[in-house]
Design a binder for this molecule. Structure first.
Ligand code: GLN
Length: 196
């Protein structure tokens, strides 16, 4: 049976993620409840507004199930606001992150004056040349723990894609392009975990 990809569909650009995975032929479903989470093999936490998403997560009773999902070793990928929510600690008071990846993150870390930018990145494990990455009020990973591996960095050394075992984060938005290679990378990660 093909693994089922879940996309957390509380808020943010979950539709775009679903479209990207469907272009790759992956069975993809929206996740809003604990029961829906139990029916998927991997999960994407999309970009959006991390404080709103955290509030909805608490209203829907999803905080503990999400942590348990990641701790069980199932693949999880956070983009932008998703990266914020997966962090172990934020430099800001809000929201309270899930503590799934050993990172310290600064929200809107690239400054409001340069809210958004685009750049070409080399991403470890993503073949086929540089990846055109779109950053929108992106968070900055300011510290990583010893088991976190940087997959892509900006010229100044800022880490913008990282992996810790079954958890992937990107500060940018691969779902806003039609270059589906990062989604393909996540599917490969999921297949690797499933084969264990
Ligand atoms: N700045 C947003 C936040 O703090 C994240 C932006 C995004 O996901 N594009 O939640």
């Amino acid at each position: 049976m093909n693994p089922i990809v879940g996309v957390l569909a509380l808020q943010g650009d979950f539709q775009e993620h679903i479209a990207s995975f469907r272009r790759l032929g992956a069975d993809t479903r929206e996740v809003r409840t604990e029961a829906q989470l139990a029916a998927v093999d991997s999960l994407v936490v999309p970009g959006g507004e991390s404080t709103s998403m955290a509030k909805l997560m608490d209203i829907y009773g999803l905080r503990e199930p999400l942590v348990a999902f990641a701790r069980s070793g199932k693949p999880v990928w956070g983009t932008c606001a998703g990266l914020i929510l997966l962090a172990s600690r934020l430099q800001e008071q809000r929201p309270e992150p899930l503590g799934i990846m050993d990172t310290v993150v600064q929200r809107n870390g690239f400054g409001r004056q340069v809210d958004s930018f685009e750049t070409d990145l080399d991403i470890a494990g993503v073949a086929g040349g540089p990846y055109h990455a779109i950053f929108i009020r992106a968070p900055k990973i300011v510290e990583i723990g010893p088991s976190v591996e940087a997959l892509a960095t900006l010229e100044d050394g800022t880490i913008v894609a990282a992996r810790e075992r079954n958890v992937l984060v990107t500060a940018f938005h691969p779902e806003l392009t039609t270059d589906d290679r990062v989604h393909g990378f996540f599917l490969a990660m999921a297949a690797e975990v499933a084969a264990r």
